[in-house]
Design a protein around this ligand. Structure first.
Ligand code: SF4
Ligand code: SF4
Length: 432
């Protein structure tokens, strides 16, 4: 089956009203931050040692395999240890532990940079050395997308944020329109695209007005899309905007996209000389007393953030903690992991522990899947470790959108089963 054969779009209850109009909490200043020494599956090498003093903006580590990614300190203080524990992607990794001196002494990480006067090559080098990465969840080094921008018709900043509960991007946009403008125009230049746009859901009236005013007189158009899930997913968005599908990368359909928070981070690097040190994170869900957005140093522990927003509701003792939103996020067994640059949400739900019953063969997971897959057959092939059938069923095309679990009347964790099947294929060395 090909993409987009099923209904594929759902209007989900977004629960965004829980946090959308509340002030962002910015006072969280942990005694220690823990910087994951990993980007994707690639380890990063520290450039500091235990005992070294660092400032906000000091380079502390870098990824240096086939891709380059520098990592910078979000606090000032002292490096005290390297500790191994689980990341929000559920893998074990070393973390650089930094004791925060709470003085917020900063060093300007990058010299003043004029992206308008800079050559394309200088701009690419700046984006690379500034450590820009996909802040919408992927965490992939940004410059890599722009290495060969040939025949790009459309550049887009993705401000759709379709995942239920999450409003971190909207808050970031609201508070940083000027940085968004700088970052978007710089990325547009880098993309060499014929046209550029910012894409946002049609119901976000206030943000749409703000964006229109901010980008007036620039080549960037403000485009709106329907409030349906998973509209913010790259493949859905590319199809919505161009009517084209692609195999591996959006550039095959003539598009380059970046998340709005990534564009803002680049604007901050250009205008203020600062790398990614802090993140807007939505902390929401029905298990929390007072859901809200927070602006925290990268490397803050999840449990400190949950405590800072007021903790769990009275009487709630069984919660489901999800790194990200409830559809695409990952359920995490405890709240000891830290916020990585690409984390944009902590969703904390009351764990209702509904009993799973046998599959009804209703086919709803198949007709719902936006990737045109057959999740129930994939799950079965995954359980019997049938590599050939999994490849035939295109298991690796699953985007882990969560819709098959959401829709399943038997309460089967279909997405989790498909995810396991994907991991099995990865362990066999990928799709053959
Ligand atoms: S999680 Fe994967 S298999 Fe399930 S509906 Fe989404 S894309 Fe399809
Ligand atoms: S939606 Fe659930 S019950 Fe229906 S076919 Fe898929 S796994 Fe089975």
């Amino acid at each position: 089956m090909s993409l987009f054969t099923g209904p594929m779009h759902y209007h989900l209850n977004g629960h965004k009203d829980l946090t959308m109009d509340k002030e962002v909490l910015k006072s969280i200043d942990p005694d220690y931050v823990y910087i994951p020494l990993v980007n994707g599956n690639a380890p990063c090498t520290p450039c500091v040692q235990v005992g070294d003093e660092v400032k906000v903006g000091t380079k502390i580590a870098e990824r240096n395999d086939r891709f380059f990614l520098p990592i910078f300190s979000p606090v000032s203080g002292t490096v005290t240890a390297v500790e191994k524990f689980m990341t929000s992607s559920m893998t074990q990794a070393d973390h650089l532990k930094i004791q925060n001196d709470h003085k917020h002494t900063a060093v300007r990480a990058f010299a003043a940079f004029d992206y308008e006067k800079a050559t394309w090559e200088e701009l690419l080098e700046f984006v690379k050395n500034a450590g820009m990465l996909g802040l919408g969840g992927a965490g992939f080094p940004t410059y890599v997308k722009y290495l060969k921008p040939e025949n790009v018709d459309l550049f887009a900043v993705n401000a759709v944020e379709c995942e239920p509960y999450l409003t971190a991007d909207y808050k970031n946009i609201e508070e940083n329109l000027s940085l968004l403008k700088t970052g978007t125009l710089a990325l547009f230049k880098l993309s060499k695209a014929k046209k550029g746009c910012i894409v946002i859901k049609e119901d976000k009236k206030k943000q749409i007005e703000d964006l229109k005013k901010t980008f007036e007189g620039t080549p960037i158009e403000i485009r709106t899309v329907p409030n349906i899930y998973p509209m913010g997913w790259e493949r859905t968005l590319v199809y919505e905007l161009t009517g084209k599908r692609y195999n591996m990368l959006p550039i095959e359909a003539g598009m380059i996209l970046n998340n709005a928070s990534t564009a803002i981070a680049l604007g901050n690097a250009i205008d203020n000389g600062m790398p990614i040190t802090h993140k807007y994170v939505t902390v929401s869900g029905d298990a929390l007393k007072d859901p809200k957005n927070v602006y925290v140093p990268v490397g803050t522990k999840a449990h400190e953030i949950i405590e800072a927003v007021g903790g769990y509701k009275e009487g709630v003792d069984n919660v489901l903690l999800i790194a990200g939103g409830p559809m695409m996020g990952r359920t995490i067994p405890n709240d000891a992991f830290v916020i990585a640059p690409q984390n944009n949400g902590l969703t904390v739900l009351i764990n209702k522990e509904e009993d799973e019953v046998a599959c009804l063969r209703c086919g709803r997971c198949t007709t719902t899947c936006p990737s045109g897959l057959q999740p129930v057959r994939i799950a079965a092939a995954g359980k019997s470790k049938d590599e050939a059938t999994l490849n035939k069923l295109h298991v690796m095309d699953c985007i882990e959108c969560g819709l098959c679990t959401y829709i399943c009347p038997s309460k089967i964790a279909v997405t989790e089963n498909v995810r396991r099947a994907k991991n099995f294929i990865r362990l066999q060395g990928g799709k053959k």
